[in-house]
Design a protein around this ligand. Sequence first.
Ligand code: COA
Length: 363
Amino acid sequence: MKLPVGAKLTGVGAAVPHRIVTNADLENLVDTSDEWITTRTGIRQRHVVSDNETATGLAVEAAGDAVAFSGIDPSIIDLIIVATSTPDNLYPSTACMVQAAIGASAAAAFDMEAACSGIIYALAVGQQFIGSGTYKTVLVIGVDIHSRFLNWEDRNTCILFGDGAGAFVLQASESENNILATYLRADGKGGHLLSIPNPGTAYPHAGTTPPKAAHRFLQMNGRAIYEFAVNAIPEAVRAACARASIRPEELDFLVPHQANQRIIKAAAERLGMRKEQIVSNLDQYGNTSAASIPLAFADAIRRGQVTPPSTCALVGFGGGLTWGAAIVRWTAVDSRKLSTVTEQREKQQLQETNYQGEGASHE
Ligand code: COA
């Protein structure tokens, strides 16, 4: 469905904790090897939070990076959506804490949860708020700290995940629409295949009885998730492309959720995409859940792999089960790279004149 106002992607950003845990480090924790992890997953290292780091802290850093990319002032942000399944608290939401920390005093803020597909769901929601004319500037963040929910004695799961945050800035535009289509799916029947039961209210006396270890840690049926993902990626990309009225062959890049290099390769082959069209930084960061797509995308832009203009399929899958894709036309230039003051002013002016419609509804 074509929305009346276009959503322009004007910024992307990312942040990871400083501490790196290599495969060799994991050899000291569980019965595994660098060789096994690298060949079965493609992961070589991951970033893991220290005791004093939080989801909010990472989200704030990624938001700052995306805001600086777009060149906006945080005071013009109308809405902050944080996709996370590992928030600092049940409430206040991570989004509210980000709102306070970055000085987005005019912004509404809420968290949403769709596990590793969260950023795709959040982009779709942000696009709807812009497309309907309700808001002009939306900050969408994906952040997860899975390390706090991993059983570090379970080699089946602890080798896969890393911590991180990624963010996008969406702005209303009368002349340009960068989110060409989205496609979201869920299948709750597969919920048990990938879950973190605690902290939840399904268990009586959750406040007084310590949770059983089985409920405290991430649970996963690796083989089943693998099969699901290899099918979900091409299905979502094809369906989103159909909605965008483009053929998958017209895509320049595939930006998949970074879970396993074998999953990415198998899914990309089914879509007929070449190696150089695949955006991946899984080897450096592991699976950072809701953060992985903007983290990989920001990295690809920094490395010069993705340059504007490019048509990209962002595609996620994960717990729920959930999956989905967004077809985006990337045209933005990093404000920090604009060399002259005149160029910076021109960009700022363009952003201010992008949308001259009614103001945000809460103004
Ligand atoms: N090191 C060494 N051996 C390990 C290991 C590790 N870290 N983890 C599992 N193994 C063992 C298993 O115990 C099994 O041994 P067994 O045959 O004696 O029982 C053997 O390796 C093979 O296990 P298998 O499950 O067949 O491996 P796999 O090739 O399917 O790879 C995953 C396992 C988890 C890497 C893979 O299934 C996967 O990536 N699944 C998707 C997970 C995912 O992406 N989750 C998040 C989605 S958002």
